[in-house]
Design a protein around this ligand. Structure first.
Ligand code: UT7
Length: 323
């Protein structure tokens, strides 16, 4: 059985870090409120003229470097983003061009905060189907560009960044002892659109619009959805909260992360948390956290890593990977 194996990881954050205190100078908020309700202490914001493709390309280059793979070997790029450089072409195609890749296929996936998990699931299916041999899967966002900086209920929550992985194929036995992506579970439910959306778009308003969110409604749905889809991943693989090595969830709110880990019986020291430093970087949050935990030596060969995300749409999903 063909398995997609993660060969390397990379990430990139814009230089400028904005603290809660800095936000409190222009919006009616406080460090105390933000830390207590979300766990966020700072977020990175892209510089003027720095686009999603710039962040994505840097993360991709670092992932290629860590994998020891030359860009010319890549024949598939799947990029999760809700903040593309342009309405079209896909940001993935810009990244492909910037990396000097002139073969294969590149496209974007739009699943908001679940973008990386959807992109990884898509790339995994394509590699298994023999449609490509080496893939870059990227999550990259400049959410700062769609925030209403006068709306304290949303602008304090998000940040910019990018993360990427390189996938290759390996022959596996078809058991959970194999390395690579072991199980993919993706879901969506369009009935919840009004709870988290952007109030603009090409076809509707011809503007980019601003992010709008009913935070409490999203919060309530998130804990249930996340635990439910992870239960499915556990049932499919036989792993449990105790037997996995690392839980790398979407980084939206510390309380959601802690609440779902507790419900699933995952010990706090197995949970990778970056929301304090990055805020919510939407599709970039999981590959950013993954890259950190790989580079600091936490995630090691053979470990079972559980990825999970939930976002606008609603969309949500979980993926189990053996490192
Ligand atoms: O990534 C996609 C998924 N997104 C999420 O998972 C986000 C899910 N939701 C959340 O994380 C939380 O609901 C929030 C962090 C967005 C909000 O936390 P909350 O505990 O649900 O607060 P709340 O919305 O119930 O607001 C409580 C109070 C309100 O004041 P009143 O009505 O009690 O007087 C808000 O106006 O806090 C007020 N408030 C703030 N105060 C200071 C809201 N935002 C702020 C702020 N600073 N930035």
């Amino acid at each position: 059985m063909i398995r997609s194996v993660i060969l390397g990881t990379g990430s990139y954050l814009p230089d400028r870090a904005v603290t809660n205190d800095e936000l409190a100078t222009f919006v009616d908020t406080s460090d105390e409120w933000i830390v207590q309700r979300t766990g966020i202490r700072q977020r990175h914001i892209a510089a003027d003229g720095q686009f999603t493709s710039d962040l994505a390309t840097r993360a991709a280059q670092r992932a290629l470097e860590s994998a020891g793979v030359d860009a010319s070997e890549i024949d598939l790029i799947v990029l999760g983003t809700s903040t593309p450089d342009n309405t079209f072409p896909a940001t993935a195609v810009e990244v492909q061009n910037r990396l000097g890749i002139v073969k294969g296929v590149a496209f974007d996936v739009q699943a908001v905060c679940s973008g990386f998990v959807f992109a990884l699931g898509t790339a995994d299916s394509m590699l298994k189907a023999g449609l490509a041999k080496k893939a870059l899967v990227i999550g990259a966002e400049t959410f700062s560009r769609i925030l209403d900086w006068k709306d304290r209920t949303t602008c304090v929550l998000f940040g910019d960044g990018a993360g990427a992985v390189v996938l290759g194929v390996e022959e596996g036995a078809g058991t959970t002892d194999d390395r690579g992506v072991l199980s993919v579970h993706l879901r969506s439910d369009g009935r919840h659109k009004e709870k988290l959306f952007v109030d603009g778009g090409v076809s509707s308003t011809q503007t980019a619009g601003h992010l709008r969110m009913q935070g409490q409604e999203v919060f309530k749905f998130a804990v249930g959805a996340v635990t439910d889809v992870i239960q499915s991943a556990f049932e499919a693989t036989g792993f449990t909260g105790e037997s996995i090595d690392w839980f790398i969830p979407h980084q939206a709110n510390r309380r959601i992360i802690d609440g779902s880990a507790k419900k699933l019986g995952i010990a706090p020291d197995k949970v990778v948390v970056t929301v304090d430093q990055h805020g919510n970087t939407s599709a970039a949050s999981i590959p950013l956290a993954l890259d950190l935990a790989v580079r600091d030596g936490r995630v090691k060969r053979g470990d079972i890593v559980l990825l999970e995300a939930m976002g606008g749409g609603f969309t949500w999903g979980a993926i189990v990977v053996r490192w």
